[in-house]
Design a protein around this ligand. Structure first.
Ligand SMILES: C[S@@+](CC[C@H](N)C(=O)[O-])C[C@H]1O[C@@H](n2cnc3c(N)ncnc32)[C@H](O)[C@@H]1O
Length: 618
């Protein structure tokens, strides 16, 4: 279970989305009426004064011209349908997000280096390499990988001969010269080999490496034509980004005929190579303009054979819609001044938004971005459409994106809870409070949870204490609580009831079970305090003797008063009709501006338990 508080940040981008001809309508009407709005981001709106370091939608070039893009929407509607998925629904709801609008191309420089040296060089040049989130600064483009067979064919050895490595290990370990040692047993032989791990942790021993390395699965995907498309191959668009070398048109020799596609424009023979992407500030620089550390590298390469593989190249780094974080996409599509919803609460697979009025016109757009950016963890995006005012404390939710199932599985404190957000109460934000409460329980306790919901407190307590009696008025909550007790193998430690809370208190304490109860939890902040009158006279059937013990009651409540603790204490005293109640009070959290949730813990006063003024149970 992951739970986040909803935070909002004002959209501070120096540009608002251009809604082309619709923009005027958009600004003036709170709920736009046009049939289809095309949300798009135009880099031309960017203010040059405010360009941040690193990747940004405010930088880079757009891949397509605006008119081409618009034309392509009309021409290739099917492609868009496939891409956006819920296009029909989007049109119906008046919202369409064009993912291509988020493609940005960045011109950068890179150093082509021999593949076997790239990790060492990466370390050496760390401060000068591209340091963008989720972009590896070692890149590989088509033609970088040269098969061993091809190397042999061309008479060049790309790697040190394996036997010579073994011999050199022999010499280092046993002090023996090449070929002069006795033959080693296979155990010793392998032991020595194990000391020849290369920089990536693999043995430089082909067969053993083959055995220890799991086979890489080739990712394939069926295209609409039924052909298999290889995802790994070449410079095709991957999920987030692609690097391409901007080739020198005057490539000299032509290896294409010999080596196949991808090698044609490489010019001279280099062997396997990689690209080390340089920091964006070196884009377009010549070798002589680069920092000393890089120049030194070229100088060293010149003195060795490696010079063949060393080269400063121009590259194009393309970042796609999938690359950009949720916040950046939302900042780009929401009009300037609209606060950007930057977080949401997660309940199992459901993202729960708390959108403000100003977001309502864009609710499906926001939901689509939230879904796209958080899949597969998030499968459904919902928005609360009304305040909770029913007895069962269930939320009125509108599904905005993804699948429509509100039945989900939440894991809290190692327990699994099945919940249906449409029919039962669940609040992940209370997880910490529940844990705090449980810290006060031990194995000698018997717990009575009066408003138990689907059982987050009751079942967690059942792991610790002797016995739990849990109750809820909502039959769906009771059904889920039963199911959850079985799922968590706690059904033998808990007894579940479905009745009104006040009636439950009376029934429990008038039975033998109630005599053993040591802790009572009342988590219905809206009106649990007012149910405390149910404790009046609950001990009247018992003998007043010294061995009697009284349960500790933990009751939750809300208060908007200037002194919330005092206010809540007053309400407790009034409900119990008791002048002095020794209460430990704590603020749990601020649920709304000026509105506190509190928890009061106190031992049931003897005078209340033996009160003659019994309460009338409805
Ligand atoms: C705020 S929820 C708390 C549930 C649970 N303790 C939790 O932390 O998730 C309050 C629960 O009280 C239940 N409830 C409301 N009125 C009730 C009543 N009169 N008697 C018993 N349960 C009631 C609701 O169905 C709801 O499940």
């Amino acid at each position: 279970m992951v739970s986040k508080l909803s935070l909002f940040r004002a959209n501070s981008l120096p540009f608002s989305p251009v809604f082309s001809s619709y923009s005027a309508r958009f600004i003036h009407k709170p709920y736009p009426t046009p049939k289809t709005l095309i949300f798009c981001v135009f880099s031309s709106n960017i203010s040059s004064t405010n360009v941040p370091y690193g990747p940004s939608l405010l930088k880079g070039k757009k891949l397509l011209l605006d008119d081409l893009r618009l034309a392509s929407i009309g021409r290739d509607r099917d492609a868009h349908r496939r891409k956006i998925g819920d296009l029909d629904e989007s049109i119906e709801k008046g919202v369409l997000l064009n993912e291509d609008d988020f493609t940005r191309v960045f011109e950068i420089s890179a150093i082509r280096v021999p593949a076997k040296d790239c990790f060492a060089l990466e370390n050496r040049l760390r401060g000068h390499l591209l340091n963008w989130p989720r972009i590896r600064n070692i890149a590989r483009v088509p033609g970088d990988e040269i098969e061993d067979d091809v190397v042999k064919l061309l008479g060049r050895e790309s790697e040190q001969d394996e036997d010579s490595v073994v011999d050199s290990v022999n010499r280092r370990i046993s002090g023996k010269a090449e070929g002069d040692g006795e033959r080693l047993t296979s155990v010793l032989h392998r032991d020595k080999l194990a000391k020849t791990f290369n920089s990536t942790g693999y043995l430089r021993f082909r067969n053993l490496a083959k055995i220890s390395r799991p086979k890489r699965k080739r990712k394939t995907e069926k295209t609409t034509e039924g052909k298999e498309k290889d995802k790994d191959k070449g410079s095709k668009r991957n999920e987030m980004a692609v690097v391409e070398v901007v080739e020198d048109p005057e490539g000299a020799e032509d290896f294409e005929g010999l080596l196949g596609e991808g090698y044609g424009s490489r010019g001279r023979w280099r062997g396997s190579t990689r690209l080390l992407l340089l920091d964006e500030k070196y884009s377009g620089e010549q070798v002589q303009d680069l920092p000393e550390a890089i120049k030194a590298l070229f100088a060293e390469a010149k003195m060795t054979d490696a010079s063949l593989s060393f080269e400063l190249v121009k590259c194009r780094l393309t970042l796609f819609y999938d690359y950009w974080p949720m916040i950046e996409i939302l900042e780009a599509v929401l009009p300037k001044g609209v606060i950007v919803p930057s977080a949401f609460e997660m309940v199992g697979h459901i993202a729960h938004l708390n959108l403000r009025d100003e977001h309502i016109p864009y609710k499906r757009l926001i939901a689509k971005v939230v879904l796209d950016k958080n899949q597969p963890k998030i499968q459904t995006v919902v928005n609360k459409i009304d305040r909770i005012h029913n007895d069962f404390r269930t939320m009125q939710l509108e599904v905005l994106a993804g699948n429509h199932s509100l039945v989900t599985l939440v894991v809290e404190n190692g327990l699994r809870f099945h919940v249906d957000l449409a029919r039962v109460y669940w609040n992940s934000k209370l997880g910490t409070e529940r844990q705090r409460l449980l810290l006060g329980f031990d194995h000698s306790d018997v717990v009575c949870d009066v408003f138990a919901g689907v059982g987050p407190i009751a079942l967690a307590a059942a792991r610790i204490v002797k016995r739990v009696y849990a109750n809820d008025l909502n039959p769906h909550a009771v059904e889920f609580m039963e199911q959850n007790s079985v799922v968590n193998k706690l059904e033998k430690r808990i007894e579940i009831f479905n009745m009104d809370g006040r009636r439950f208190i009376k029934a429990m304490f008038s039975s033998d079970k109630g005599q053993k109860v040591t802790q009572v939890v009342m988590n219905l902040p809206k009106d649990a305090a007012e149910s405390l009158d149910a404790f009046r006279g609950v001990y009247n059937d018992r003998q007043r003797d010294e061995s009697l013990s009284f349960p500790t009651i933990h009751v939750y409540g809300f208060s908007k008063a200037p002194d919330p603790e005092f206010d809540f204490h007053e309400r407790i005293r009034i409900a119990l009709s008791e002048v002095a109640v020794d209460v430990k009070m704590r603020k749990v959290r601020l649920v709304a501006p000026g509105k506190w949730m509190l928890c009061a813990s106190f031992i049931l006063p003897k005078s209340v338990a033996f009160s003659r003024k019994n309460t009338l149970i409805m």
